[in-house]
Design a protein around this ligand. Structure first.
Ligand code: FAD
Length: 566
């Protein structure tokens, strides 16, 4: 009979344990979890803080007792594995309740130790008003500080999905929020021009969004100091437990009463590293496609491991719940004789930012550039369902694809409705190895309340295919800077649109519907750069001109994409 030990009892660990039991009724399975809970919903933590999930217990998907009853797994909470002896195949465990240590032998070991929040090296960071969010204990601490101190102002550093979710949760608790992000935009899985709408949404909710800003120092002012500074006036008001004075590299000082640090996570590898397991250059545990580490009887899964990026086929750290649970399942399967393989990670993710959904799959343009991979891109800004049916909302979609093979490399979308469907379809298409040409043929749900006869994903396929076939010569927003006097910039929208929305400096205006009658006004010896609001009329105009012997390019994503970059 096999003895399987699992370190870490949340996403990857719990999934490995449950799968192992389904495959072997008689194996001895022990899960060690150093925290007080197993199998809790870390993804739900911000939503309980913000009040959308009202009962804390709903976050506890399993307890040690329920897990034992269902799966006959020995779950040992408050037990931390502190060392692995790979020679003798034993682990040393510290029982945190009793402050004692013991060893446990294994035939197989699965490490699902997760990733810990990164703590920046900022002076003053260790103070009683600064928190990160990883587990239920952190959540309870944050809720307790909110309930006890009733902060009027909180600051979140880091505009990734945990930072954004915390920003919204704190806002929903009636707290004024400042969000500080060192980069030029939030959600690094999006490219800059796609994130502009997210910034607008954040600011429209009254959040003080500080981009390109780094927190430099923190000063904790205790209640006593605060009182003396304010002649005792604030004792029963906002200074009950003191506050923080934050200074940024923009010389801005902010007084805040709660600071959430959400600047990313780092794989927890200490245990693996001290056991001599191979660690990759990105700082995660190295595993093969069956999740086996450099020791053949030790497997590792989840946020602690380096995966293969589906798009680039290079090593990557992609800490997400779906991959962690699937990897746990694969590892258990392999241990109990199945021949499964983990098929790389696309990084498909979605985040709610107030009324907006922000989702992506595959690689961003910035990441493709970083890895020096070739690509082309298209944008579609279109209604999520038939625009004549009430409630239509714009979805902005960007699809990145290979110019050589037409394969999908990544996609990003923002909007109020239909974003998850759009990105899920593209995630499946990419996983299936489809090309942008194949996207034209996807037959997706359509009735006016749900979609369009030409779905947004179909539209992306049409534009991309036209580009690949050469019937649509693209120009991108960043290439407009290279225009010279051998180009004519032609805006084909109506004068009313231009008056309301503005235009690109230097453009002349001939609305598309009168273009045929005014075509002679355009010089044939210059390249005509056509644009409209989102790219469609520009394409029609550029075809009209092409067919009449003009040399044209159409601005992909139109004026809307261009304005997002200004
Ligand atoms: P974890 O789930 O972190 O579990 C690791 C466990 O191992 C921890 O409980 C830890 O205490 C324990 N452990 C570590 N070392 C030891 C040791 N030596 N001995 C015993 N126990 C040990 N992902 C999404 O896809 N979508 C989301 O919306 C989403 N939202 C999130 C929101 C928040 C606030 C957080 C924190 C994460 C979110 N994630 C989300 C990420 C997702 O939760 C993780 O990718 C996933 O939980 C990783 O699973 P894991 O098993 O690798 O690690």
């Amino acid at each position: 009979m096999s003895k399987l030990l699992i370190v870490g009892g949340v996403a990857g660990g719990a999934s490995a344990a449950a799968r192992a039991r389904r495959l072997s009724e008689f194996a001895e399975i022990i899960v060690f979890e150093r925290g007080a809970h197993i199998s809790f919903a870390n993804c739900g933590l911000p939503y309980h803080i913000g009040g959308a999930i009202d009962e804390r217990d709903k976050l506890l998907l399993q307890t040690p007792e329920s897990f034992h009853n269902r799966f006959n797994v020995d779950v040992r909470i408050l037990n931390e594995v502190i060392a692995i002896d790979t020679g003798n195949k034993t682990v040393k465990v510290r029982n945190l309740k009793e402050n004692s240590e013991y060893t446990e032998a294994y035939n197989y070991l699965v490490l699902s130790t997760g990733a810990a929040p990164v703590h920046p090296n900022i002076s003053g960071i260790n103070n009683p008003l600064t928190y990160s969010l990883r587990n239920l204990g952190d959540m309870d601490d944050i809720i307790s500080v909110i309930d006890t101190n009733r902060p009027e102002h909180a600051t979140v550093i880091g505009g990734g999905y945990i930072g954004l979710e915390m920003m919204e949760a704190l806002h929903n608790r009636g707290i004024n929020v400042t969000l500080v992000e060192q980069a030029s935009h939030v959600m690094r899985t999006l490219d800059e021009e796609m994130s502009e709408v997210v910034h607008t949404e954040i600011r429209s909710m009254g959040v003080d969004l500080q981009l390109n800003t780094a927190l430099q120092s923190i000063r904790y002012i205790t209640s006593r100091a605060a009182v003396s500074q304010n002649d005792g006036k604030d004792l029963d008001e906002s200074n009950r437990c003191g506050y923080l004075e934050l200074a940024t590299d923009k010389n801005r000082k902010t007084r805040t009463e709660l600071l959430i640090v959400a600047i990313g996570v780092r794989p927890e590898i200490d245990l693996a590293q001290s056991a001599g397991l191979e660690i990759g250059t990105l700082g995660g545990i190295v595993v093969d496609s069956q999740m086996r580490t450099s020791d053949p009887v030790i497997f590792a899964v989840g946020d602690a491991v380096e995966v293969r990026n589906f798009t680039s086929d290079r090593s990557a750290l992609i800490p997400l719940a779906g991959p962690a649970t699937r990897q746990g399942r694969i590892a258990a399967g392999v241990i109990f004789g199945e021949q499964g393989e983990y098929c790389k990670t696309q990084g498909t993710a979605i985040c709610k930012v107030f009324g907006l959904s922000v989702a992506s799959t595959g690689m961003s343009e910035a990441a493709l550039k970083n890895e020096e991979l070739e690509y082309e891109k298209v944008y579609v800004h279109a209604a999520n369902h038939a625009s004549y049916y009430p409630g239509a909302e714009t979805v902005s979609l960007k699809v990145l694809f290979s110019q050589d093979s037409g394969k999908i490399l990544g996609a990003q979308a923002t909007g109020r409705d239909g974003v998850d469907k759009c990105i899920d379809v593209l995630a499946v298409s990419q996983r299936a190895g489809m090309t942008v040409e194949d996207l034209q043929h996807l037959e997706l749900c359509y009735a006016p309340p749900y979609g369009s006869a030409r779905d947004i994903v179909n539209q992306a396929g049409f534009i991309a295919t036209n580009i690949l076939k050469g019937s649509h010569r693209p120009i991108h927003h960043h290439q407009l800077q290279q225009l010279t006097n051998s180009h004519v910039l032609l805006d084909v929208r109506t004068p009313e649109e231009i008056q309301t929305l503005g235009t690109i400096p230097g453009a002349i205006n001939i609305p598309i519907d009168v273009l045929r009658s005014k075509v002679d006004e355009l010089p044939k010896d210059k390249e005509i750069i056509v644009f409209c609001q989102v790219g469609l009329r520009g394409y029609v105009a550029s075809r009209l001109l092409n067919n009449r012997g003009y040399n044209t390019r159409n601005l992909i994503g139109g004026y809307l994409t261009w304005t997002n970059t200004q």
